[in-house]
Design a protein around this ligand. Sequence first.
Ligand code: DGL
Length: 269
Amino acid sequence: MARAIDPIGIFDSGIGGMTVAKAIKELLPKENIVYFGDTAHLPYGDKSTAAIQAYSVKIADILIKEKCKVILIACNSASAAAYELVKEYVGSRTKVLNVIDPVINYARERYQNTTIGLIGTKQTVNSNVYKKKMDHLANNLELKSLATPLFVPMIEEGILDGNISQDIIRGYLTKQELSGIQSLILGCTHYPLIKNQIAEYYKGEVDILDSSVIVAEALKGYLEFHMLQNKQDGPKYRFLVSDYTRSFEELTRLFFGEKVELQKYPLWE
Ligand code: DGL
């Protein structure tokens, strides 16, 4: 039985999911959080569906052991590849959420007869999960998508502004695959960090949908509905990783907004 004081379990292929953890911390400042970054296996964006499923199930086990009241798959690639399987595997032990459904619900409530763009990793885009889910809506939404794999290493190197990033952003966004869109889903943990640069490129003509914020709102709604919002002050955060390096720890500053200590998960080899 889930309790309000139990932590929210968040997992990602690495440190990028901390953009989602940050949005959750800002919206739900009393919630305890256990974060798991599978730094030994990143990036997930180029991995096979089977590999991502195997890693995700193993991580779900860890978060169940941590008594998480909900497991949020913060990684878009893992949400696309492994959500259904993880949900089935976890069963009634805890609730599993992903970062795709809240964005689909958001689009359903706001858009009709329009063209929506999606950018993400190869895994996310090639899975066609967004398209399948959108086709189920009665809103007549057309989805145009493009894998933008250079964004992840670019952002991790801290190349957010200046000529190099502008050229890469423009190079992708001018592609035919994204022509005529009226809104754009940032379908990757890393992209909130270049949200302003992307918005600047479109000069206000395209709505930019930041999934980290939309997902945090959806999580809040879920906790409220099930009366699982933590009321106690002094939230605890723990950040577990499958492989520790100092540079991963440095990256937390970029993605979480402050440097936090990473703990190597002992049972992960
Ligand atoms: N976390 C991944 C995602 O949101 C991006 C990084 C990776 O490929 O592992 O799709």
